[in-house]
Write a protein that binds this ligand. Structure first.
Ligand code: PLP
Length: 355
């Protein structure tokens, strides 16, 4: 279904089309110079020594875990409120995800609960920068250092977000991005692993390409493509400018939301890479009805993420997950893309009327 005001819209233009045409003309579609150039530019943008392109964010997270030696018998701590790909990457690496509740203000992993969640099996923490807001990385890396744990950042929703002067994804042992079309940088499908350790990068590169060059690791076929890498380079070149425009749109939303009674803005904090515009509906609101009514009016809105344990049974958790449940029940994501600013008044008026 195509909505008059969609939830997300890709921001690709003539430079991306020209880049695709260039690859089509030269005819090299895999393992070529476009991917190398995209990886180098991506690593430079993030201030790390290297990057490895993959076919999705979920693949990237799994590859990072496998390359770091995380596997069967190991537990990985992750927030209970996130996209299911975070958990799937851990399961597919053969490890055990352990859900930790989130902070009510940021919707990111609650750092005060991490220590108590650590067991003898814990090997890694996978913080998620949900909805583009950086997780509390200094607390996370402090704990990781003290308890000798690895950190793999799920930065799939947060490309370009700063955390104390560093880009998210560049802070942990590895960071991973996703390029699905609802993301701020898209290549259609795709993803990237970044890291500073050259050995780790070599391992990731081997794992995505049938394990070539590395012994004793299972190989996969998870490579990016030249066409996607050509689009990615153009998207990266315009990223900061586009993120600034998205910040302006979010500011306009914040002003307009002051007139919507009972609605809170979820996870405010700057600087931020705005993935979508998430708000919290008043407790007890029939969110499904709100989403349906907005959609009937041509406005696409979504609930995005439920707490993981509400959807999947049998997943291990560390303590209560009440905050994740509450936020998962009340969140409504509103359209955020370049050009949506002309519709903000209409969107907030429709929401006010429904509530
Ligand atoms: C939090 C999070 N993790 C991981 C991913 C990876 O997604 P994909 O495998 O679709 O690129 C996404 C993308 O939607 C995400 O939002």
């Amino acid at each position: 279904m195509i909505y008059r005001i969609p939830l997300a819209r890709t921001d690709i233009g003539v430079s991306e089309s020209a880049a695709v045409a260039r690859v089509m003309e030269n005819g090299r579609l895999a393992l070529g110079p476009e991917m190398t150039a995209f990886e180098q530019a991506f690593a430079a943008y993030h201030g790390v020594s290297g990057a490895v392109m993959v076919n999705s964010g979920t693949s990237g997270l799994m590859v990072a875990l496998v390359a770091l030696g995380v596997g069967p018998g190991d537990e990985v701590l992750m927030p209970a409120l996130t996209f299911v790909g975070t958990m799937n990457s851990i399961l597919n690496a053969g490890a055990t995800p352990v859900l930790v509740d989130v902070d009510p203000k940021t919707a990111n992993i609650d750092c005060d609960r991490i220590d108590a969640a650590i067991s003898d099996q814990t090997r890694a923490i996978m913080p998620v920068h949900l909805y583009g807001l950086a997780a509390e990385m200094s607390a996370i890396t402090d704990i990781a250092e003290a308890r000798e744990l690895l950190v793999v950042e799920d930065a799939c929703e947060a490309i370009g977000a700063d955390y104390r002067g560093r880009k998210v994804g560049a802070i942990g042992d590895a960071g991973v991005f996703g390029f699905y079309p609802n993301k701020m940088l898209t290549t259609g499908e795709g993803g990237m692993v970044i890291a500073d350790d050259p050995d780790l990068l070599d391992k990731c590169r081997a794992i995505v390409n049938q394990g070539r060059g590395v012994r004793n690791v299972p190989g996969y076929s998870l490579r990016g493509t030249e066409l996607a890498a050509a689009i990615g380079q153009m998207q990266l070149a315009s990223l900061d400018e586009r993120l600034t425009r998205r910040q302006g749109i979010a500011d306009a939303y914040v002003r307009a939301m002051q007139n919507v009674p009972g609605v809170e803005i979820l996870a405010r904090g700057e600087p931020r890479s705005w993935f979508t515009f998430p708000v919290l509906l008043p407790e007890g609101t029939n969110r499904e009805r709100v989403i349906e009514s907005l959609r009937d009016a041509g406005i696409e809105a979504a609930d995005y993420f439920q707490a993981i344990h509400k959807i999947y049974s049998g997943i291990k958790s560390a303590g209560e997950l009440n905050v994740s449940e509450g936020l998962g029940r009340r969140t409504l994501c509103l359209p955020l893309w370049d050009g949506v600013e002309v519709h903000i008044e209409e969107i907030t008026a429709a929401l006010t009327k429904l509530l």
